[in-house]
Design a protein around this ligand. Structure first.
Ligand code: GAL
Length: 665
């Protein structure tokens, strides 16, 4: 377990470093992340590198026994670099170049910027290759998070990417359906980018491919930057911080191929959620790192027109919440937790962002809480090391589906993330761990696979799902599954024929409801539930069981939810967007069918997660509520709470915002 903090030595007088390092020790930290935004100090003038200040900080950190995660800046460039080539700036959707003066305004297709960034990485790797204090290397910060760029360099690269993919203009015309509104091209130079136009939409296939292309630019840059570090510093461990599911700029399945470890930020509840931890863990099916754990209230100013606004409305953590969220990260598989940040900064764009220390560098409530957590982690570390979260359930998360839905939504309020969270949340309330994996991945280890809104499918995905279910898996699909092919065009059957056969249905018709409109479904046994947003009328074929039918309107009596046995497996289809109660009951039923047990009988509003290894399970019980919760232990079991060191039998009483880590006694 690595436990530590993000520190910005360039923000503070050198004399203060030593005091801060002492305070970090008091918190039981062992790891510090530095330098991801420090380019202007690392290369103050072109080719004049100055690592001396960083060397001194690393020496001081090493002397106190710390390990360092070294940030390698790339997109937050110094002013001299921006001034020497104005085309380093992103060309926005509206056509203007983004101005220098904040972060993430640079285009990775600008060759000057790329060269300079890669040269910096090379110099840093050469300089620090023998350093023993460096634990790992952190590529830039939140790679890919920027407005999409539409500059001439991007257009040129995009054309190259399209040529590679489609080979001929006629193949591209066909794939994108450019005959619609007379958009066919006869020469690659006629390619346009999906920038601001009038109020009509751009071609959906172009929009989807442009998303893929911009993701590819980030993936390729990470690969190159990581390659240079590895070449100069053999054995370097490389990571970077991936963002929450509120962001979808980059295909993290592909980006993570360049990384040894995946890392994330974790700022719950506003912009991060437990799904983000589950998704991170699933990327490499193993431990991940949280390199920015929320310690205090974040602050972010964003522009709305000409006014500066505070974004998100982040909340200050109540006493106990920072500790609880730290255990949340660990319980989901994190083997490193670094808090953001040690001390609030007195200047710059995040002045109102809290930290572990107070503005004056003194200690207070947050410091005390993290110190308590640090002491606990010291105590439990040996139990946790070597354990990991295992899951029998997979949720399929598809970038193509997300991108296609975000750029060209099928219906009002059919939001990919919202529907995805609907399913993830209900598994969580049932205390069942979920992996979040690509629809193209090997599913054979999972007993239950749920694919919410898997809107875009290619033949490989269809085949993957069919063979999974036929081999005995339990598969749940929802409305709008496989509606689009990989070009973003609608398939004539609405549901891919092989899935239609697997599920034993065809789709008669699909249509949106008005935003506030609800419809009803009735289960066989008479239980009624609400559905909203989208209706698909299912036509069951021979052998298919109708589990629920629509209740009202002109489509009353038509099938809404079905299931079909296929060998040992089961293929279920939900033709609408049901209320959470229905999803929960349905998942319960499928868990039972798939023979998946829940680890603990606990109220739905507590978090239960299990880490296995070293011959035992550690059950993490977290109570995020403002009142006490009781958790029943399986009859006859005696467990020990690793934090309190006490035996528990019968019922565990968890105080508000408290945590227990149980192992069999
Ligand atoms: C993160 C970012 C940090 C800092 C933080 C503030 O998204 O990586 O640099 O801005 O947010 O909450």
């Amino acid at each position: 377990m690595h436990f530590g903090v993000d520190y910005y030595p360039e923000h503070w007088d050198e004399g203060r470093w030593y005091e801060d390092l002492k305070l970090m020790k008091e918190l039981r930290f062992n790891t510090v992340r530095v330098a991801e935004f420090a380019w202007c100090r690392l290369e103050p003038k072109p080719d004049e590198y100055d690592f001396s200040w960083l060397d001194r900080f690393l020496k001081a950190a090493e002397a106190e026994g710390f390990k360092v995660m070294l940030g390698v800046p790339a997109r937050n460039i110094p002013a001299w670099l921006s001034a020497s080539d104005p085309e380093t700036a992103i060309q926005a959707y509206e056509g203007h170049r983004e101005s220098f003066g904040t972060r993430y305004t640079t285009c990775l297709n600008n060759s000057y910027l790329r060269d300079r960034a890669l040269r910096l990485a090379e110099r840093m790797a050469q300089h620090y290759k023998a350093s023993e204090v460096i634990h790992s290397w952190h590529l830039d910060n939140e790679l890919g998070d920027a407005s999409p760029c539409y500059c001439p360099a991007c257009r040129k690269q995009f054309i190259g990417w399209l040529k590679d993919k489609y080979k001929s203009c006629s193949a591209l015309n066909e794939a994108w359906g450019l005959v619609f509104w007379s958009l066919e091209i006869s020469d690659w130079d006629q390619i346009w980018l999906p920038t601001r136009t009038n109020h009509f939409a751009h071609n959906p296939s172009l929009l989807l491919d442009y998303r893929r292309f911009t993701s590819r630019v980030t993936e390729a840059f990470a690969q190159e930057q990581a390659g240079i570090i590895r070449e100069n510093c053999p054995g370097a461990i490389i990571t970077t911080n991936l963002q929450s599911t509120t962001r979808f700029h980059t295909d993290y399945y592909k980006l993570s191929e360049s990384l040894d470890f995946v890392s994330t930020n974790y700022y719950p509840p506003e912009s991060y959620n437990t799904i983000d931890l589950d998704r991170l863990r699933s990327l490499k099916k193993g431990p991940f790192w949280v390199v920015e754990q929320k310690s205090a209230a974040p602050d972010r100013k964003v522009r709305e027109g000409s006014r500066l606004q505070t974004s998100y409305g982040f909340l200050v953590p109540q006493p106990g919440e920072t500790r609880l969220n730290t255990y949340q990260s660990i319980s989901r598989g994190a083997d490193m937790v670094l808090y953001f940040r040690m001390r609030p900064c007195l200047f710059g764009q995040e002045q109102f962002h809290g930290g572990i220390l107070n503005y004056d560098g003194g200690t207070g409530r947050i410091f005390d809480e993290i110190k308590k957590t640090g002491l606990e982690i010291e105590k439990i570390r040996s139990y946790i090391d070597g354990t990991k979260v295992e899951s029998q359930v997979a949720l399929l998360y598809s970038y193509d589906s997300r991108w296609a839905m975000e750029s060209y939504p099928p219906g009002i309020e059919m939001d990919y993330r919202t529907v995805f969270l609907d399913y993830h949340r209900e598994f969580e309330r049932l205390h069942v761990a979920t992996d979040i994996v690509s629809p193209e991945s090997d599913l054979s280890d999972y007993s239950l696979v749920v694919a919410p809104l898997l809107y875009v499918m290619n033949p490989g995905i269809v085949e993957n799902l069919v063979s999974y279910a036929e081999a005995g898996g339990v598969l749940l699909l929802t409305a709008r599954s496989g509606l689009k092919d990989e070009n973003g065009n609608i398939i004539p059957d609405i549901l891919p024929p092989a899935l239609s056969e697997l599920c034993g249905i065809s789709i008669v018709e699909g249509f949106p409801l008005r935003p506030e409109q609800k419809a009803g479904i009735i289960e066989e046994g008479g239980d009624e539930y609400e559905v909203s947003r989208w209706i698909e009328l299912l036509n069951p074929k021979k052998g298919c069981t109708v589990r629920a039918r629509y209740k009202d309107s002109w489509y009353a009596g038509q099938a809404a939810v079905t299931e079909m046995r296929s060998g040992e497996g089961l293929a279920c289809f939900i033709g609408s967007v049901p209320e959470s109660r229905f999803i929960r009951n349905e998942l319960k039923r499928l868990l039972k069918f798939a023979d998946i047990n829940v680890p603990m009988n606990a109220p739905a509003d507590v978090y239960i997660s299990v880490r296995n290894g070293n011959g035992r399970n550690i059950v993490f019980c977290l109570n995020p509520n403002s009142t006490m919760r009781k958790i029943s232990l399986p009859p006859g079991t005696v467990m020990k709470d690793l934090i309190q060191g006490v035996k528990i039998q019968g019922e565990l009483e968890l105080a508000p915002l408290d945590v227990a880590l149980l192992i069999p006694e």
